[in-house]
Design a protein around this ligand. Structure first.
Ligand code: ASP
Ligand code: MG
Length: 595
């Protein structure tokens, strides 16, 4: 019999009346012939209330006690939900995380799931019960209660669906996933489908309808997720391997308002520097967002990266001593910047996406401080006071408000066919471990760096439009920025056969855009590590930098995204780089993943 996991967030179980309406949804699904597991969050803002109670007593409550406290929110909801179902004349049993057998590690406050046992749930389901599982919690080896981090009930729901071979419905106060946050872009539109990768990139961009980790999970175990309204009976958005319209270059846009940028200039362009810098930041438990390193000139390069504004001070503290050791000349920072990103799985197959984005911004006289592109995402950093104008301009330029004729019609997600017992047992092992799906070497590219580019609106648009007009396909684009200077540096990669042609095009542009110098490397190697959990396992980029440093390799360019980290090295080092990375990720490579 097919199983459905239905998750109800805090607002959807905020009152007993709402709990009753959630109960009715579950009963309806059961009457339609499914076995039903409900996952519920704490009622309304109860978790916040518990957090503030703790802080009335202590500034820094111990993490173990905090988890003990916070888990009670969900315990209230599961019991009430079971009662609601019973009051409607149906059978229900509520279970805490421990009772289900959700085993986690012992990192209180952000525990990872290690395994889930399905026996008890399956037996209760077979006896005709609706099973109500407490979201967000588990138990460690020593029977301590743990929680999965704020918003963690989504992760509970998706992981239960994964082990039960079920489909997953997330009932929430929005009716689906939008092309942009409707509070920020009034013309944003609900999409019928979005892919795991798009959703992952979007979730981390702050467009978070769902907890990022739950999407990583869904992708890893191929669980289709239907995000829909708990108020209305409408179809929402299906998150699976399918995008709404894969022929479209861009399917969504997002803004992260509170970013801070740090630039290290005059960085010695030699092996080990990125490793030293980013390891120091990681040791301070700070998650770096965009990382941009451009190809250096004269033995020095610049590294820029962003962190959440609130983390600027501790980041600078962590970086300063390392910078001194490395003889870095200058550290500058700004905390009034925002990140605008566009995402689309169709982007990888299309040219002319980035220059359209740059042009839309330049038409509004918005200056771009930093650029980084990945396979399916382009991000730029702009002044915060222009961020809202910027996201609206970009949303409009890609006509995200209009449905296209190639859109995939919405239909109910297909439940994964019941997994065979051996595969299911396999899934229980190390559920949330990092999974590297691919380590790749691309030896087809050349790199171009333009130094001394005037730092004014429209330059990136003009350069990349001109390059696109010549049918030159640009892959990675990186722009870094130097404070105290009116200039930026722009680096990008093209196919090797286009190297000379690109240089010629740039030469011809000299009259239009005056830049100081063009440097290039006719043969570079791009090394990429792709996988699931790159974001929640912050060590990935560092492990990569470290293994390349140990192999004595100099990194020319870096850029990062949620699902992939790319570095560019000289072509002569491609093979040994690939070998070093394969070794470095041996332990997490080739897990049983479904993509
Ligand atoms: N109640 C928890 C929280 O608010 C978990 C959740 O809602 O997903 O963070
Ligand atoms: Mg919540």
């Amino acid at each position: 019999m097919s199983i459905i996991v239905q998750k109800f967030g805090g607002t959807s179980v905020a009152t007993t009346e709402k709990i009753l309406s959630a109960a009715k949804k579950a009963i309806k699904a059961q009457q339609e012939g499914h076995q039903v597991v409900m996952v519920v969050s704490a009622m309304g803002k109860n978790t916040d209330v518990l957090v503030s109670l703790a802080h009335e007593l202590m500034d820094r409550p111990p993490a173990r006690e905090m988890d003990m406290l916070l888990s009670t929110g969900e315990q209230v909801s599961v019991a009430l939900t079971a009662m609601a179902i019973m009051s409607l004349g149906h059978k229900a049993v509520s279970l805490t995380g421990a009772q289900i057998g959700i085993r986690t590690d012992n990192v209180f406050g952000k525990a990872r799931i290690i395994s889930i046992s399905t026996d008890r749930m399956q037996k209760l389901l077979d006896d005709g019960n609706i099973v109500i599982a407490a979201g967000f919690q588990g138990i460690d080896e020593e029977f301590n209660i743990t929680t999965l981090g704020r918003g963690g009930s989504d992760t509970t729901a998706v992981s239960l669906a994964a082990v039960l071979g079920a489909s997953c419905e997330i009932y929430t106060d929005v009716d689906g996933v939008y092309t942009a946050d409707p509070r920020v872009v009034s013309t944003a539109r609900k999409v019928t489908h979005t892919s795991y990768d798009e959703m992952l990139e979007m979730a981390s961009l702050g467009a978070g309808v769902m907890h990022s980790r739950s999407i990583e999970f869904a992708k890893k175990f191929n669980v289709p997720v239907h995000v829909r309204s708990s108020q209305e009976d409408t179809t929402g958005t299906i998150i699976s391997t399918v995008s709404e319209d894969p022929t479209r270059g861009v399917s969504g846009a997002a803004v992260t308002m509170d970013e801070a940028r740090i630039t290290l200039s005059g960085v010695p362009d030699k092996p080990g520097t990125s490793n030293a810098i980013f390891s120091a930041i990681a040791r301070a438990n700070i998650t770096v967002d965009m990382i941009v390193q451009d190809a250096g000139v004269g033995g020095i390069s610049n590294i820029s990266f962003t962190v959440p504004s609130a983390e600027l001070a501790p980041t600078l503290e962590a970086v300063q001593p390392i910078a001194e050791q490395l003889g870095i000349q200058n550290i500058t920072s700004r905390d009034n910047v925002s990140k605008i990103s566009v995402v689309g799985i169709g982007m990888a197959e299309q040219s002319g996406v980035s220059d359209r984005m740059f042009r839309a911004l330049s038409d509004k006289s918005i200056n771009i401080h930093m650029i980084t592109t990945s396979q399916i995402k382009i991000s730029v950093l702009v002044d915060r006071d222009q961020a809202l104008e910027a996201i609206n301009a970009v949303h409009q330029t890609f006509e995200l408000d209009a449905t296209s004729s190639d859109a995939v019609p919405a239909e109910s997600p297909q439940a994964t066919p019941a997994a065979d017992p051996a595969a299911a047992a396999n899934k229980l092992q190390g559920m949330e471990e990092l999974a590297i799906t691919d380590i790749a070497l691309d030896s087809t590219q050349a790199s171009i760096s333009i130094h001394g580019v005037p730092d004014t609106p429209g330059i990136a648009a003009t350069i990349f439009e001109t390059v696109a007009q010549e049918n030159i396909i640009v892959d990675m684009i990186i722009q870094s920025y130097l404070d105290d200077s009116e200039f930026a540096s722009l680096s990008f990669t093209v196919q090797r056969e286009d190297h000379q042609r690109t240089l010629d095009v740039l030469q011809d542009m000299q009259s239009e855009v005056s830049f100081q110098e063009v440097a290039s490397n006719p043969a570079v190697a791009k090394l990429s590590v792709s996988g699931i959990g790159l974001r929640s396992h912050t060590g990935v980029a560092i492990r990569m930098f470290q293994s390349l440093a140990e192999a004595g390799m100099n990194i020319e360019m870096i850029n990062t995204s949620e699902v992939r980290v790319n570095v560019v090295v000289d072509d002569s080092q491609g093979d040994s780089g690939l070998k070093a990375l394969t070794q470095a990720f041996e332990d997490v490579m080739g897990r049983q993943v479904n993509i």
